[in-house]
Design a protein around this ligand. Structure first.
Ligand SMILES: [Fe+2]
Length: 382
């Protein structure tokens, strides 16, 4: 970490993302499409009624449209047709990570970009999904089903409809998170696609455990988490404030659905946001997230965390539950079949932090107190 500056908060900053890919995907000569933001995720769920109860009755997302097989949901500040599609299917998985692009011509750029990489590309006039116009779907070089679109049906932005707000109101889609075995390889490819790194987690040897990448001027539109993949780690919605997240916890408790809470609430080190991780009825992970920071300047400093810093994932030092590291959703190819999952070969974050030989610190050079070491330390569990 020689080219990085240690900050008074305990992490490092640098100008260029300090990540190098040993096994890079070729950079296409065709320009990348101009991506605006993550726009929606298409989730395959096994029981539509049960999922509806979770996303509509518990999380209060707004139904734009629905039929026997599909529900189109949006957040309160959204004006495009949807931020989440729940489609009934046999295997719980992700069918699309969908991004909005700046112009219709960016769809041509997406086709040329991915065809040059030898990826499978499908283009459909009038899109693949209700409310979405012409779109392009690809199996990207990392195996993820990516979609790009510009045209979409506008619907009413309900931001002023305070009569519809509930204490845990979800106001925006914030980001995706993807599990992939080789994080530097993924980062390099997504940089070619126009993303910029805002934060990452590394160790002294330069092993990269995760990286956060943005198009819109927030900490991320997607993140790459090291692990067996391609899989989907989570999809995240924003609330206005921290208390809205606490209200969701209270509501889940009152409904005797506290087992939907997997991790949190808490304050992230990475992103500085307040967070809560839930699991939906199929096990898809949903993050509720609020109050990260502005990243839109071209010289926005890249933040690098030491993997052994026990405050990187939770600023208060609360342990990360093992399921959060190991479990994730399958992703589908363009025929709707689950993509094969490839094992990560680099060290895993769980192994180096809470595994038998792992260690973490609150202050560099000092061991964690015994009661913190034991919490999820493998071999110390009941
Ligand atoms: Fe997240």
């Amino acid at each position: 970490m020689t080219d990085k500056t240690l900050t008074s908060s305990g992490f490092y900053v640098s100008q260029e993302a300090p990540i190098h890919a040993d096994n890079p995907i070729a950079t296409p000569s065709s320009p990348a499409p101009d991506i605006l933001r993550c726009a929606y995720m298409e989730l395959v769920v096994t029981d539509l009624a049960v999922s509806r109860a979770f996303y509509v009755d518990v999380l209060d997302l707004t139904v734009t449209e629905e039929d026997e097989n599909t529900i189109y949901l949006r957040s309160l500040e959204e004006f495009i047709h949807h931020n989440l599609v729940l489609r009934k299917g046999p295997v719980a998985a992700v069918a699309a990570f969908s991004y909005r692009v700046r112009t219709p011509e960016d769809l041509d750029r997406a086709v040329a970009f991915y065809e040059e990489l030898g990826c499978r590309v499908e283009r459909r006039a009038e899109g693949f999904t209700k409310g979405i116009g012409d779109s392009v779907r690809v199996e990207d070089p990392l195996g993820f089903p990516y979609e790009f679109f510009y045209e979409t049906e506008h619907v009413e932005r309900l931001a002023w409809r305070y009569d519809l707000y509930t204490p845990g109101a979800l106001v925006r889609l914030d980001h995706f998170n993807q599990v992939t075995p080789d994080v530097p390889r993924a980062v390099k490819h997504y940089q070619d696609l126009g993303f910029r790194v805002t934060e990452d987690i590394q160790d002294e040897e330069g092993t990269v455990y995760a990286a956060w990448l943005r198009r819109k001027p927030t900490v991320h539109d997607t993140a790459t988490t090291g692990g067996d993949g391609p899989r989907m780690h989570h999809v995240a919605f924003s609330t206005h404030e921290k208390h809205n997240i606490l209200a969701i916890c209270d509501k889940l408790g009152a409904l005797r659905r506290s087992d939907a809470i997997e991790r949190g609430p808490g304050r992230h080190g990475v992103s500085n946001a307040f967070y809560l991780y839930l699991r939906d009825p199929d096990g898809h992970r949903v993050e509720i997230y609020t109050q990260d920071y502005y990243t839109g300047d071209p010289d926005n400093p890249v933040v690098t965390w030491d993997v052994h810093d026990n405050q990187r994932r939770d600023w208060w030092g609360n342990p990360v539950v093992p399921s959060w590291y190991t479990e994730a959703s399958l992703v589908l190819d363009l025929d709707g079949n689950p993509q094969p999952v490839v094992a990560r070969t680099d060290a895993s974050e769980m192994a180096v932090t809470i595994g038998a030989d792992g260690f973490s610190y609150t202050r560099p050079g000092e061991e964690l107190p015994e009661y913190k070491q034991g919490e999820y330390k493998l071999g110390h569990q009941l």
